[in-house]
Design a protein around this ligand. Structure first.
Ligand SMILES: NC(=O)C1=CN([C@@H]2O[C@H](COP(=O)(O)OP(=O)(O)OC[C@H]3O[C@@H](n4cnc5c(N)ncnc54)[C@H](O)[C@@H]3O)[C@@H](O)[C@H]2O)C=CC1
Ligand SMILES: O=C([O-])CC(=O)C(=O)O
Length: 265
């Protein structure tokens, strides 16, 4: 039996817990959830402290935010626990990425999250050089407002009646400026082996009922274009609903029991 602790009980953490309790992966036990606020009434597993999670689990699943990875990943890995990272943008901090890579004996993996095609991009990145790569994300304006934006910028985004580009930059900048909306840009950069290479564009579109991520890459191995259109989570318009399922799938690979009739990894 593999003991799992989850950090975060929100739009990703809660459905991850529910899927695991429903038997999505054989032979796993959810020992509890670490959360910075009291859990809502009826939450199906107990709230535990991080120290208890570290002491009693085999794998810790982060579904809480980049700051949690920055603060706790090295400690978790040094304790010997494996760590599944959802907030991929944390690894845009090269110093943290280096410390996490050096830490052990626990291992860390990053879920593919809201996007697909990153398996092929890892293969292409290792095949030869990458000439260019881009991620263009389109979301509802309200999902993109940030505390660092001034009032005029927030108002322009909130009231736009047509699609507007609100950010252009590297995957590192994207992860820093939109920590809850552009982790996927870091995921693509990590897959290709360079975050600086990835040109990121973020569009606020009041008609964007679906969140879209268009990933393009020209490499020695080939040219790729993936267009992903996800329904947002009903619990958090920033987050695609499918992400919790991606986390469960990644966890199933990490624990060596891939889900599905035929294992595709
Ligand atoms: N890789 C990907 O494709 C995606 C990654 N994400 C990442 O996943 C994170 C979680 O997303 P959602 O579940 O939609 O967010 P959410 O806001 O619905 O839930 C976050 C949960 O984490 C808890 N939390 C926050 N800080 C914490 C701390 N320091 N310690 C313990 N618990 C803490 C909150 O109380 C809440 O329960 C996002 O912040 C983002 O970094 C989100 C969407 C896609
Ligand atoms: O869920 C999504 O579509 C993407 C997202 O929020 C992120 O990358 O942080």
């Amino acid at each position: 039996m593999t003991k799992i602790a989850v950090i975060g009980a929100g739009a990703i953490g809660r459905p991850v817990v529910e899927a695991l309790l429903a038997g999505a992966i054989d032979d796993v036990e959810v020992i509890g959830v670490v959360n910075d606020k009291p859990l809502p009434d009826g939450f199906p597993v107990p709230q535990i402290h991080l120290a208890e999670a570290i002491a009693t689990s085999d794998v810790i699943v982060e579904c809480a935010g980049q700051a949690v990875v920055a603060r706790h990943a090295v400690e978790i890995l040094e304790s010997g626990r494996d760590l599944l990272v959802t907030s991929a943008g944390a690894l845009a901090d090269a110093g943290l990425a280096t410390r996490m890579t050096a830490a052990g004996p626990g291992r860390f993996v990053v879920t593919s999250g809201a996007v697909g095609g990153v398996d092929l991009l890892v293969s292409a990145g290792s095949y030869g050089s990458v000439q260019r790569a881009s991620v263009t994300t389109t979301k509802l304006p309200g999902a993109l407002l940030q505390p660092w934006m001034d009032d005029a910028t927030q108002e322009r985004i909130r009231t736009t009646t047509e699609p507007i580009t609100i950010f252009e930059g590297t995957a590192e900048e994207a992860a820093r400026f939109f920590p809850r909306s552009l982790n996927v840009a870091a995921t693509v950069g990590l897959a290709l082996g360079s975050l600086d290479l990835v040109e990121v564009r973020l569009i606020a579109d009041p008609a964007a009922e679906l969140t879209s991520h268009v990933i393009e890459a020209d490499t020695d191995a080939g040219s790729y274009r993936f267009e992903i259109r996800n329904h947002p989570s009903p619990d958090n318009p920033r987050t695609s609903g499918v992400v919790a399922r991606a986390v469960v799938r990644s966890l199933s690979v990490l624990v060596g029991r891939p889900v599905g009739a035929v294992s595709i990894i």
